[in-house]
Design a binder for this molecule. Structure first.
Ligand SMILES: C[S@@+](CC[C@H](N)C(=O)[O-])C[C@H]1O[C@@H](n2cnc3c(N)ncnc32)[C@H](O)[C@@H]1O
Length: 187
């Protein structure tokens, strides 16, 4: 797992998904070397990079060109850019052009989540997974409701992490925003 401070960042792009959350996403997605992954809302490339290390091919999609360029820089830095197709597009448009995949990672949807899950489900391989990460309370509910329509096996984890900061007098634990990870498996 690559540490958070190894990423190249951009002032107008959200920072990478934190290391501990990346660990959990890799674990919940059960990504394997033959998998094709679509990373919607690739941002800084935190998840794209971890998926590229563990899969056959990743489609990294973002509607923000600064984000896509930042992801590309981070993948190049780790010699993983050859395993990634970089797509500058809105998520729904991008999905229409991709034939099939084993994992659909949704880390940013801009309000289109139910549609994205519906479109993505059609192209997901048998036993494929849709993983949604969110800081908003409403997003996991939308994800679960949509996944239920397709009788997916659903796993929900809410993660609250505190990181220790060592100071002169002792160690202070600093809380981070809770993140919810919803994973749906196609039966
Ligand atoms: C929180 S960031 C994702 C961070 C990323 N997972 C990482 O580890 O670096 C969310 C991203 O989703 C993108 N996004 C939001 N809605 C989108 C949409 N409808 N289509 C494509 N990208 C979208 C935003 O531009 C932003 O870069």
């Amino acid at each position: 797992m690559i540490s958070d401070d190894e990423f190249i960042t951009h002032k107008d792009v959200p920072g990478p998904t934190k290391e501990e959350i990346r660990c959990l996403v890799m674990c919940k997605s059960r990504v394997s070397p033959d998998d094709i992954v679509v990373d919607i809302g690739c941002g800084t490339g935190g998840l794209t990079l971890e998926f590229a290390k563990r899969s056959r091919l990743v489609y990294a999609v973002d509607k923000n060109l600064d984000a896509l360029n930042t992801t590309e820089k981070n993948l190049k830095k780790h010699n993983l850019d050859k395993k990634v197709h970089f797509i500058h597009s809105d998520a729904l448009e991008a999905l229409k052009d991709i034939e099939t995949f084993d994992i659909l990672m949704i880390g940013g949807s801009g309000g289109d989540l139910p549609l994205l899950i519906e479109e993505g489900y059609q192209k997901l391989t048998q036993n494929g997974k849709i993983v949604v990460t969110s800081i908003l309370l409403e997003t996991p509910v939308e994800a679960v409701e949509t996944m239920k329509k397709f009788q997916m096996d659903i796993d929900i984890v809410d993660v609250s992490i505190s990181k220790g900061r060592i100071m002169k007098r002792g160690t202070m634990m600093l809380a981070r925003n809770p993140i919810t990870i919803v994973t749906g498996k196609k039966n």
